[in-house]
Design a protein around this ligand. Sequence first.
Ligand code: NAD
Ligand code: UDP
Length: 332
Amino acid sequence: MSVLVTGGTGYIGSHTVVELINKGEDVVILDNLSNSTIEVLDKIKQITGVLPKFYKVDLLDINSLEDIFTQNSIELVIHFAGLKSLTESIGIPLEYYNNNITGTLNLLKTMKKHNCKKIIFSSSASVYGLPKAVPITENFDLHTTNPYATTKLMIEQILNDLYISDNEFSICILRYFNPIGAHESGLIGEIPNGKPNNLLPYIVRVANGQYDCLNVFGNDYKTKDGTGVRDYIHVVDLAIGHIKAMDKVRNDIGVHIYNLGTGKGYSVLDVINTFEKVNNIKIKYKFVQRRPGDIGECYANANKAKEELNWEAKRDLEQMCKDSWNFILKSK
Ligand code: NAD
Ligand code: UDP
């Protein structure tokens, strides 16, 4: 039996594939390569010694999905594939709804047809919208402020309804906080499409001279130094979280929801200072206006994942900053 990883050549998917192979799982990857490259497969082979089976398939193409399920015996699906830019989604909402929602519906229909009833889904802390407090627990109110986050919330609802209709399903919804860092080998990591929106991808591009200066969006938040606070989590810790979630879906039917974060909040200045210290590079920055739609503070209460999945993040911010830079150095 195999584990199907949709979006498996992407940033989080590729790190999860490495952990799956290390654990001895048989992996099948599906990706349309809209935001990743085929070279990632070779990097996975360099790290693990195994070249995973790969299908260049779009989730919108339900006939090709059907072929994958016919040709393989899929026990469980880890579903990463989707468009992920919050900012971009505001300009092209229909593309986001079509890709993320229709793609997921096609996947779920095909899974049900082939009696494959175990799924782990990549959700996001963005489903908490503007949280009423921090740290955020899984039972906080859900409301969204952009089409990307709405696709995540809608898919969570679809998965809940699916379980109500068919109690044999076993579903894990993982709400990620802010994944950064890269594999320690420096062979896989995050490659943003165009100018990065996220903090770490921007910092590393200031570090390598691609951009002159980092704009720090706001220094008047009610945080310790006025800059935005987030829960940054090392992508390898996040990947390992999926391995733990697999045990859960293999053993317990139902819908299980977990925050995957470290439970710690770091400000933009904390990240800049840590990056400078561990990599011995100066990052030029200036304070500019708040970014529209941004929230001041967002970090997880990650106790539920610790208690029920026996998972907690191990890698600290220094490691995250070191590995992010190492990936850029190795990619040169
Ligand atoms: P990514 O863009 O690196 O990976 C997603 C992969 O899915 C890409 O390789 C892309 O080519 C593929 N894909 C997109 N649409 C597809 C389709 N219709 N058919 C087949 N393949 C398709 O993104 P990531 O950072 O690895 O994120 C993985 C998942 O985690 C996404 O669902 C994302 O929304 C979610 N997530 C990411 C973050 C983050 O900060 N990176 C935070 C919270 C949640
Ligand atoms: N940020 C910043 N400059 C940038 C990108 C991000 O100051 O070029 C800040 C942003 O305002 C937030 C934090 O860094 O406080 C994390 O932003 P990111 O976009 O990485 O994550 P998100 O806001 O989606 O959680």
